[in-house]
Design a protein around this ligand. Structure first.
Ligand code: URA
Length: 242
């Protein structure tokens, strides 16, 4: 079992500098199973239930490194530091922005796309999800500016559709029509602005876009926009199913 010095563990979780967390420990503000841990140099085994057993200033310890969460990304929030506007990181507790390893988004959603966004500090997991080999599907609810013509499902399913500026056809995309201006598409790859560019190539325009599923993991109906939930190992596994 991996173990870390208490000051290193808490500093890496964003609780302060090593000197600051040493002060917290000395003041009796770091507790394990109710007992104060006053020696910041002591090594703490990173047991899976540590966050439930340790408190800092009376509050449960933040999740240990290796965290994966799902965020219901609202409209108008960006995944990229290069874009203007509030970042998805601003929706997480302030301290979490100082974590090392840092949390990253698993792929991206456009600023004007809402829905299920995964975030993790586990680089290997991130790469397993976004790897083209994994072919993790992504499902989007699409609102279109103009009524569907009727041939879109077949064109998207053909595996021959080309996007402007690209030289490889898109993998087949599954499309279900909900009504003339609403459909659901499932992608098995993730190209830049793929859904918007697909419908632009079909002579339409995406007015609204919402992702409700990544692999077998669905955005829960009771998770409001702007809020997040930590995923357990079973939920993470569902990403690779379906
Ligand atoms: N396709 C898009 O065009 N935008 C997204 O945010 C996701 C998929």
């Amino acid at each position: 079992m991996k173990a870390l010095r208490l000051d290193r563990l808490l500093a890496n979780l964003g609780y302060g500098s090593r000197r600051e967390v040493e002060g917290l420990a000395r003041a009796g503000l770091v507790r394990l199973d109710g007992q104060a841990l006053r020696d910041a140099s002591q090594r703490i085994p990173l047991e899976p239930d540590l966050s439930a057993r340790m408190t800092v200033q009376g509050e449960a310890l933040d999740p240990l490194p290796g965290v994966c969460l799902m965020l219901h990304k609202p409209l108008g929030v960006t995944c990229s530091h290069k874009e203007v506007g509030p970042l998805v990181y601003s929706l997480l507790p302030e301290r979490w922005r100082r974590r090392d390893p840092a949390l990253s988004t698993v792929g991206r959603l456009d600023k004007e796309t809402s829905g299920l966004l995964l975030m993790t500090d586990d680089g290997a997991l991130l790469h397993r999800i976004i790897s083209p080999k994994a072919k993790v599907s992504k499902r989007y609810r699409v609102t279109l500016a103009r009524p569907l013509q009727g041939d879109e499902t077949a064109i998207l399913a053909s595996g021959e559709m080309m996007l402007e500026g690209e030289d490889k056809p898109l993998l087949p995309v599954e499309m279900e029509t909900d009504d003339p201006t609403h459909c659901t598409v499932t992608l098995h790859e993730g190209r830049y602005h793929q859904v918007r560019r697909m419908f632009a190539a079909l002579g339409n325009h995406v007015d609204a876009l919402h992702r409700d599923r990544v692999g077998g993991l669905a955005l829960p109906a009771d998770l409001p926009a702007g809020e997040f939930r930590i995923l357990g190992p079973g939920e993470i596994a569902t990403v690779f199913e379906g």
